[in-house]
Ligand binder design. Structure first.
Ligand SMILES: CC(C)(COP(=O)(O)OP(=O)(O)OC[C@H]1O[C@@H](n2cnc3c(N)ncnc32)[C@H](O)[C@@H]1OP(=O)(O)O)[C@@H](O)C(=O)NCCC(=O)NCCS
Ligand SMILES: CC(=O)OP(=O)(O)O
Length: 325
C-alpha cells in the first residue's frame, strides 16, 4: 500500500481538526473540502465566508462539512491577543500581537496553540519563512528537541525516502545536523520506512578534505553515539549512499552505504535543490515540508504545490496529530 493510503487509514481512525489559513486559495479549498466530505478530517478554513462561498460555487464544491472562520470578525480575538502577548514574554505588545494576528499564519497557528485545531497546513500562497515563523515562536520545539527542521517524504511507486533539511535550517552545525537526522528517522518510521540514515556530502570517507566535510563527519559521530540503534553512516556522496555497487566500492563494510533511505543534506541549499530535482526530473511525489521536532503538527507547502499535495500533507498532518496523542 502506498504511504498516503496507509496514513489516510490512520487519519480515518480518529477525526482530527486541521486549520487551513489559505481558505481562499482554490487548491487549498478543493483539498480541504474533499477531505472533510470523505470524513478524513474536520476542516477549518480561514477567510471571508462570502468570498469562499463564491469560489466554492464556481468550483462546484459543497461546503456543508467545513467550518469557516473569518479572522476579521472572530469573537475570540481579544483572548487570542492576550495569550499571544503572554507567550511572547515581553517580546510583543498587545498592539504588536493584534497586528501579528491580522496575518492568517499567526491566526491559524494560535488556533492550534489553543487546541481549537489539532494541526495546520499552510504555505500554498505564503513563503516558508512567513508560514513557519509563527509556529517557531508560538508552538515551539517538542520536548528534548532544540531545533525544528523540515523534511520531504519522496515517493515513486515502491520507492520511499525521507530528505532533510529541505526547508528550515540554513546552515546547521554538527549538533543540529545530528538532531535533524534523528527527527528524519522518526518521520521515516511514521510513514513505514525502516530508517537507514546517510549523512550526505561531496566526499565519501575522506575522499576530500575541509571544514564542510568535517562538520558532516562530526554530525555522523554524534548521531552514532546518541542513537546506536538507528543505522547511520557518513560522510557519503549520494551515489555511495544509494547505489549498492558504488557504496561497496567507496565505503566498503558500511551497512548503510548503498542502502540508505533517509538522506540528510549538509545545508539548506543542497537539501532544497536536491528534493526539487528529485521531484521534477525524477517524477517523485514530494510531500512536505513536514515540520519535525515541533510540539504540535504545523506543516508548510511549497508555493508550487498542487491540490493533491495539499490533500496529502493534510492527511500526514492529521496522522502526526494522532501519533502525538
Ligand atoms: C525559519 C526561519 C524563517 C527562521 O528565521 P527567523 O524568523 O529570521 O528567525 P529568528 O532567528 O528571528 O527566530 C524567530 C523565532 O524562531 C525561533 N527559531 C528560529 N529557527 C528555529 C528553528 N530551526 N527551530 C526552532 N526555533 C527556531 C527563534 O528562536 C525565535 O524565537 P523567539 O522569537 O521566541 O525568540 C529562517 O531560518 C529561514 O528563513 N529559513 C529558510 C526558509 C526558506 O526559505 N526555505 C526554503 C523554502 S522551503
Ligand atoms: C519548500 C519550498 O521550497 O517552498 P517554496 O517553493 O514555497 O519556496
Amino acid at each position: 500500500m502506498d504511504i498516503f493510503s496507509t496514513l489516510k487509514k490512520i487519519a480515518l481512525s480518529e477525526k482530527k481538526t486541521i486549520v487551513f489559513p489559505e481558505g481562499n486559495d482554490k487548491r487549498v479549498l478543493s483539498a480541504a473540502v474533499k477531505l472533510a466530505n470523505e470524513g478524513v478530517i474536520a476542516a477549518i478554513l480561514l477567510g471571508n465566508e462570502t468570498e469562499i462561498g463564491k469560489m466554492a460555487a464556481d468550483l462546484k464544491l459543497d461546503l456543508t462539512h467545513v467550518k469557516i472562520i473569518d479572522p476579521q470578525t472572530y469573537g475570540g480575538l481579544e483572548k487570542m491577543v492576550a495569550e499571544l502577548v503572554a507567550l511572547r514574554n515581553g517580546k510583543s505588545t498587545a498592539e504588536d500581537a493584534k497586528k501579528m494576528l491580522s496575518d492568517v499564519s499567526y491566526f491559524g497557528t494560535m488556533l492550534v496553540y489553543e487546541n481549537i485545531a489539532d494541526g495546520m497546513v499552510s504555505g500554498a500562497a505564503h513563503s516558508t519563512a512567513s508560514t513557519v515563523r509563527p509556529a517557531l515562536q508560538i508552538i515551539k520545539t517538542a520536548a528534548g528537541m532544540h531545533r525544528v527542521s523540515g523534511s520531504f517524504v519522496m515517493e515513486r511507486g515502491e520507492e520511499k525516502y525521507v530528505f532533510a533539511d529541505c526547508a528550515i535550517n540554513i546552515d546547521p552545525d554538527a549538533t543540529t545536523l545530528a538532531e535533524i537526522a534523528y527527527q528524519s528517522a522518526q518521520t521515516a518510521k511514521m510513514v513505514g520506512i525502516d530508517p537507514k540514515v546517510a549523512f550526505l556530502s561531496f566526499s565519501t570517507k575522506g575522499s576530500a578534505k575541509g571544514a564542510m566535510i568535517d562538520k558532516v563527519v562530526e554530525a555522523t559521530k554524534l548521531f552514532q553515539e546518541k542513537y546506536p540503534e538507528i543505522p547511520a553512516d557518513g560522510e557519503l556522496q549520494f551515489d555511495a549512499a544509494f547505489v549498492p555497487s558504488v557504496g561497496q566500492s567507496k565505503a566498503p563494510g558500511s551497512k548503510v552505504a548503498g542502502h540508505a533511505n533517509v538522506f540528510v543534506f549538509p545545508e539548506l541549499q543542497s537539501g532544497n535543490i536536491g528534493y526539487k530535482i528529485t521531484q521534477r526530473l525524477g517524477n517523485f511525489l514530494a510531500v512536505g515540508p513536514i515540520l519535525q521536532g515541533i510540539a504540535k503538527p504545523v506543516n508548510d507547502l511549497s508555493r508550487g504545490a498542487s491540490s493533491d499535495d495539499v490533500y496529502n500533507l493534510a492527511i500526514l498532518t492529521a496522522a502526526q496529530a494522532i501519533f502525538k496523542d
